[in-house]
Design a protein around this ligand. Structure first.
Ligand code: ZN
Length: 162
């Protein structure tokens, strides 16, 4: 049996029409943030993997230099994605091969050295400091970020002609 909330959501979309739950299920607002967050994760991952992609559609792993088609790369975080202030920070996110991102858990020792080499000494420490800042994005924050990265991805794809 579906709940009233689930049925209404299937008609109007998640959190649609400002539906206020009368059951003990979760209110619609946090759920909407979850949906927005998921959308931002997807578009930001696309941007991260495309930003260093060459005209042949290939990207180099930030930490081991393996070259691969951009779609086979993953968005690798220096500070783990659980930390909101650095989750979508472009200096904290780069294309990585699955081996560095997953098997080597981010290959963080190399990641740290390369962050400082690329952006200047102290960048890795800056990311750590930023990750500790109190930050709770609003729905509007997510919406504007999603719009920004959608447009950024479109521009990169146009430049790469892919
Ligand atoms: Zn790698």
């Amino acid at each position: 049996m579906r709940t009233v909330k689930e049925i209404l959501e299937s008609i109007h979309g998640e959190g649609g029409r400002g539906f206020v739950s009368t059951s003990n299920s979760k209110p619609s607002l946090p759920q909407s943030i979850r949906v927005l967050s998921g959308a931002l994760v997807r578009i930001h991952s696309e941007y991260t993997r495309l930003k260093d992609t060459d005209k042949f559609g290939r990207v180099r792993c930030f930490t081991c230099d393996k070259v691969m088609p951009w779609k086979e790369s993953q968005e690798g975080h220096y500070i783990p994605r659980g930390k909101l202030p650095t989750k979508f920070e472009n200096k904290n996110t780069h294309a990585q091969c699955p081996n560095c991102n997953m098997m080597l858990a981010g290959n963080l020792e190399v990641y740290r050295v390369r962050l400082d080499a690329r952006y200047g000494k102290g960048t890795a420490d800056d990311m750590l400091a930023l990750s500790k800042v109190k930050y709770r994005p609003t729905r509007a924050d997510y919406q504007s970020q999603i719009a920004f990265y959608k447009s950024a991805v479109k521009k990169v794809k146009k430049r790469l002609d892919i």
